[in-house]
Design a protein around this ligand. Structure first.
Ligand code: HEM
Length: 276
């Protein structure tokens, strides 16, 4: 699925033990326990199940979701790419890839650091071969949102998985016009997990809106896509073998226009409700 900043989305999804395998899952990717997403089963924490709300007929097999209406400022994002390319003398599309961690066609930078050649297995990677971030910056959206088993502060970086479902809203931005058309567009996002606190909120608070969870990122930094507007302007660091290139400070390219925390009942729970 193509989303408004021009990236392909919906590639990376957790592989859940006992569930159908997601489209781009790599054969050797570790599975996540079903209880990371469903109430009543062993969770990602050894020996721990999240408590099922009462009555169990309603709670068991249920889940939670953070719903977000995320307005995307596409012309501002494109202007930033142009400005960053001019100041850093890096290729504009390369900058777009560095910001996300994937080229706009979805090819991950760790697989293909210099060209956007399509990848047959775009989710078959981790960061073990890129310890200095020369391929995929530590600041990139996907490396902040999912360190894929890298050791980061507080826990290993694979204990906070979320299932993402997204859908663009609003008309497609006309890239040839290259200016703000004043029309609202963005992404409707559902971030599904068994614990909003330990998964969605953990990820937003400790990884997206704070840098200190890993030594390479100063604490006063935030995610370029999902970081909080209120933090103000922060830099984006691109590590290279010749030193770090600091892209211009950015404030925000996404505004949260709506939000809700939801309980997602199971089909059996819906049937139970119908009998009441
Ligand atoms: C308008 C806002 C957003 C845009 C445009 C956006 C865009 C993207 C894109 C292009 C990808 C790469 C495709 C993929 O790996 O499937 C991605 C991955 C991801 N995003 Fe976002 N995103 C947005 C908001 C968020 C928010 C609010 C969160 C917070 C939970 C988030 C968490 C993630 C995660 C966990 C991944 C997968 C990383 C991985 O497993 O490698 N994103 N996003």
């Amino acid at each position: 699925m193509l989303i408004h900043f021009g990236y392909r989305d919906g590639i990376s999804q957790p592989k859940i033990e006992g569930a159908p395998v997601p489209a781009y899952a790599a054969p050797h990717t570790a599975t996540v326990k079903p209880g990371a997403f469903l109430l009543g089963y062993p969770s990602q924490w050894q020996g721990f199940r999240y408590p099922v709300p009462h009555p169990p007929e309603l709670g068991k097999n249920g889940s939670f979701a953070a719903f977000r209406i995320l307005q995307q400022h596409v012309s501002k994002f494109e202007e930033y790419l142009t400005q960053a390319a001019t100041e850093s003398k890096m290729n504009r599309e390369m900058i777009a890839a560095k910001l996300c961690g994937r080229w706009r066609n979805g090819t991950p930078l760790v697989q293909s650091p210099t060209t956007s050649v399509p990848s047959p297995h775009p989710n078959d990677f981790d960061y073990a071969d890129d310890p200095h971030g020369h391929k995929c910056p530590f600041d990139s959206h996907i490396r902040r949102a999912n360190p894929r088993g890298e050791v980061v502060a507080g826990s290993d970086g694979d204990q906070h998985p979320i299932i993402r479902r997204g859908m663009p809203y609003g008309p497609r931005y006309n890239h040839t016009a290259d200016k703000d058309d004043g029309v609202e567009r963005g992404l409707l996002g559902l971030f599904i997990c068994v614990s909003l606190e330990d998964q969605f909120e953990f990820l937003m608070t400790n990884w997206m809106n704070r840098g200190g969870f890993r030594s390479e990122l100063p604490s006063q930094t935030k995610d370029i896509i999902a970081g909080n507007d209120a933090i103000g302007a922060t830099p984006f660091q691109v590590p290279t073998p010749n030193g770090t290139v600091a892209l211009p400070n950015f404030s925000h390219f996404v505004t949260t226009r709506g939000a809700a925390y939801c309980f997602l009942p199971s089909l059996t729970a819906l049937r139970y409700l119908a009998t009441l």
